[in-house]
Design a protein around this ligand. Sequence first.
Ligand code: CA
Ligand code: CA
Ligand code: CA
Length: 255
Amino acid sequence: MFSKSKRFGLAAAAIVVLGLAACELTLSLAFAPTVKITSPASYSSVSSSPFTLAGTVSDNGKAVDNVSYKIGSSGTYTVISGTENLATAKDKAWSVQVDISSVPANSYFTVYVKGTSGDLVSTISRTFWKGSAFDETEPNDTYLTADALTVNAVAFSAQIQPSGDEDWYVVTLASSTAYTIKTLSASSGSDADTKIFLYQGTDLVNHVAFNDDFSGTFSQIGYTVPPAAGGTYYIKVIGFNTILEGTYAIQITQP
Ligand SMILES: [Ca+2]
Ligand SMILES: [Ca+2]
Ligand SMILES: [Ca+2]
């Protein structure tokens, strides 16, 4: 018979051995490489071809055979130079010049990036806009990050992208003055079906004006600021529904 302390010692030793075994088991498991795209940001406007796509790759217990990329879901993967046969990789940077001359202007395109370790594969994708940049600065999804608009300025271009996108604008309006706020075609891409909400200051629960369709599916609000109600106003533009995407421009005029 073992004494109490000896039995405890054996039990503790067994736990240590089990622990080491579990540890070894974890370490011996291999997973597909972790691939990331670091730039450009999602939905960036890309106007020149080729453009630089950059990212990183990390091995997950198994050497990385390569990182490859393709344009569009039906494209063919091309191996990115410098990513082949990496015995160990920890956030190893890669970059590649992506030719988008075959992508139509003023349209979205998606780049897929794949990390391969034998039969272990991981894929990520990111969507970009081929065309000139929009005036809006994303993220502008709350009043805190609203884009500033100026009365009687040229139309300000933007897009509802991805679906469910909210675009917030801030503008200073004068008391007892009539304004027209409208969305119109951005002359690039597909027109969005917009809705406009106007809020006085940061009372974002009660809009003071709203419109969905005025000219086709574009929106227009005619609003006269009440006496002593001049100041900061916020405008929210969203798509007609949460699956809609598209481009538009917004303009505020004082007749
Ligand atoms: Ca937007
Ligand atoms: Ca937005
Ligand atoms: Ca509409």
